[in-house]
Design a binder for this molecule. Sequence first.
Ligand code: NAG
Ligand code: NAG
Ligand code: NAG
Length: 127
Amino acid sequence: MAAQRKQQVILLLLVILLAAEVVSCQLKAGCPGKCGSLSIPYPFGTRQGCYLDESFLITCQDNSTSSIPLLGKSNVSVVDISLQDGKMRIATSVAYDCYNETGFLVSHKYPWFDLPHFSDSSTRNWV
Ligand SMILES: *[C@@H]1O[C@H](CO)[C@@H](O)[C@H](O)[C@H]1NC(C)=O
Ligand SMILES: *[C@@H]1O[C@H](CO)[C@@H](O)[C@H](O)[C@H]1NC(C)=O
Ligand SMILES: *[C@@H]1O[C@H](CO)[C@@H](O)[C@H](O)[C@H]1NC(C)=O
């Protein structure tokens, strides 16, 4: 039997919001302020007219049972947005390598993502 250990832990990352001009945390009229439990303050928004520019798009992936906020058109989910701190927390899967008893790599996952408009927090991400 292959001794596989799979981890489906969530990796949390903090990214710094670099929107210097952003001061308002008000909601634009007619714009959804939430996706699931995530509050979505302007400059973020779920559709055109609601966000400042496309880098602040939150795609709300809904079905009858859940609503998952995703960053832009990615599959990176957004956990928390704090304009006060200038921080956003995002979640993605943890990478893994699984070996069987004789040391052969039997499965792996190397998730990756690209955040061109945000930088990561060097003080609030750690391994
Ligand atoms: C709704 O989406 C969630 C997350 O993507 C998924 O786990 C669940 O099975 C979906 N439910 C339905 C009814 O499609
Ligand atoms: C581990 O995987 C290798 C390659 O698939 C296979 O040859 C070997 O028999 C496996 N070992 C065990 C203990 O399952
Ligand atoms: C997003 O999807 C791509 C393509 O399916 C995949 O390679 C990547 O690992 C996924 N990223 C996350 C964070 O799940």
